[in-house]
Design a protein around this ligand. Structure first.
Ligand SMILES: *[C@@H]1O[C@H](CO)[C@@H](O)[C@H](O)[C@H]1NC(C)=O
Ligand SMILES: *[C@@H]1O[C@H](CO)[C@@H](O)[C@H](O)[C@H]1NC(C)=O
Ligand SMILES: *[C@@H]1O[C@H](CO)[C@@H](O)[C@H](O)[C@H]1NC(C)=O
Ligand SMILES: *[C@@H]1O[C@H](CO)[C@@H](O)[C@H](O)[C@H]1NC(C)=O
Length: 413
């Protein structure tokens, strides 16, 4: 009798286990709305000092990359994200497209006043009628190749530029469209003609609203990492090499033998080992997941900082509190365009202006090493919506870039 019950219980447990695991992982993510509310969220500030720079010059810079050999940071900034965000699914349909996104170079090694250390990169050869809506970008320094994801209304793709850091000009080389580059987010380049790119959803928000929302909340492992080759004649050869939930930031580690991928809606960073394909039939490597680790926020972008002895740390930035991120993101269009409020009745206008002043959103940036695990660099509400973090260990400078923030958070050690 007893053993009969035990068997039944065991079968039940076995049948329910996947559901329990599923709900536990959903709880891990959704409970952040409680534990990381503004009054409860733990604060960290592991640096000597910080300031928010260029708040009156640039906004909505979601990525940052460092060219450490020159002490330069390259940031793509797109205020147009306020009316067209394919990742979060915020679209303002009756708004005309905003001016194109811009690329900036910030000379963080300069001690001169901040205004003169920020330069707009001139974009050449890019058709003026073509929309540029940036998310991630990647620079392959030996070949001066700059790859920029473009979420334009007419269809997402990647733009290839030749970046001249002496004159700060980016000359458009070609566009890289491909059916497997349909929601490009983060790019990690292996060479001038070979890179990995994440597609953060399987169902794009624009064409599959409901399925996109279910995918976001239920986190099935169906978003993808694609491996892309640019063939000598300029055409694109691509293949999906990994599937996981909400594939977001990417970074190459250990001499390009390991790829780290942020899975935003599972709160995990996954590490894959890359084995180059030996077969003649496939031009694409195989990825095998080796490990993963959780972070106390929804990880967005990843980067690598190198120490003096070639030691590497993986840097992770992300979103600790989704409700405030959503509210902050939706409010930016009117908050940053006061003219949209001018024809509202005075009480409504005052209420909206008050909301714009008081709304804030959280940021969190951490560092991971195999030996030390996850260590936190910054978490707080002074600078909103962190999407990327980069660090130049040698110069003791770090930068956090926020999806909907004004300016950049720059810290010094
Ligand atoms: C601060 O960061 C350093 C590495 O940059 C680390 O060794 C240290 O443990 C961190 N401190 C805290 C309190 O996390
Ligand atoms: C950055 O500023 C420093 C100091 O002002 C200067 O020496 C250096 O040439 C600048 N770098 C670039 C790439 O403009
Ligand atoms: C994230 O950072 C990497 C560099 O580590 C860059 O190549 C990528 O495009 C970035 N992606 C986003 C979405 O910010
Ligand atoms: C480009 O080269 C590839 C491989 O050599 C070939 O399959 C493809 O048809 C070429 N495309 C064009 C447009 O020439």
């Amino acid at each position: 009798m007893m053993s009969g019950i035990n068997i039944k219980t065991s079968i039940l447990v076995l049948l329910l286990a996947p559901f329990a695991a599923f709900w536990y992982s959903r709880y891990q993510v959704l409970s952040l709305a409680y534990f990381n509310a503004q009054s409860r969220m733990p604060r960290h500030a592991n640096f000597t000092s910080y300031e928010i720079k260029f708040a009156d010059q640039i906004r909505s810079c979601e990525d940052a990359l460092l060219v450490e050999s020159r002490g330069l940071a390259i940031v793509p900034c797109d205020p147009g994200r306020e009316t067209w965000n394919t990742v979060m699914g915020n679209f303002v349909d009756n708004a005309p497209p905003d001016p194109n996104a811009e690329l900036y170079a910030y000379n963080y090694s300069s001690s001169s006043p901040s205004a003169s250390s920020l330069t707009r990169i001139r974009i050449l050869n890019f058709p003026s009628s073509t929309e540029l809506r940036t998310l991630g970008l990647e620079y392959h320094e030996p070949s001066s190749t700059l790859l920029v994801t473009n979420h334009r209304r007419a269809g997402a793709r990647i733009e290839q530029f030749q970046l001249d850091l002496d004159t700060l000009t980016a000359t458009h080389v070609r566009s890289l469209p491909h059916p497997l580059i349909y929601a490009p987010n983060s790019i990690a380049a292996l060479s001038e003609s070979e890179f990995f790119v994440t597609n953060q959803h399987y169902f794009p928000a624009r064409s599959h609203r409901l399925l996109w929302a279910l995918e976001t909340y239920l986190a099935p492992p169906i978003a993808s990492v694609a491996h892309v080759r640019i063939l000598p004649n300029g055409t694109v050869d691509a293949a999906v090499v990994a599937r996981l939930a909400y594939a977001n930031g990417l970074a190459l580690l250990r001499h390009d033998t390991t790829l780290a991928v942020a899975s935003t809606n599972t709160r995990l960073v996954k590490l894959f080992s890359i084995s180059s394909s030996s077969s003649t039939t496939s031009n694409h490597p195989t990825l095998t997941q080796s490990t993963s680790f959780p972070v106390p926020f929804l990880p967005d972008n990843l980067s690598v900082s190198k120490g003096q002895h070639g030691d590497e740390a993986l840097l992770i930035a992300g979103h600790p509190h989704l409700p405030s991120l959503g509210a902050f993101a939706r409010s930016r269009r009117t908050c940053n365009r006061p003219e949209l409020l001018s024809d509202k009745p005075p009480e409504q206008r005052e209420e909206a202006e008050e909301r714009c002043k008081t709304l804030s959103a959280a940021s969190w940036a951490s560092e991971w090493t195999p030996e030390g695990g996850v260590q936190h660099i910054y978490s707080g509400w002074e600078y909103p919506t962190s999407a990327s973090v980069v660090r130049d260990k040698g110069r003791g400078v770090g930068i956090v870039a926020g999806l909907y923030a004004k300016g950049l958070l720059v810290w010094r050690d």
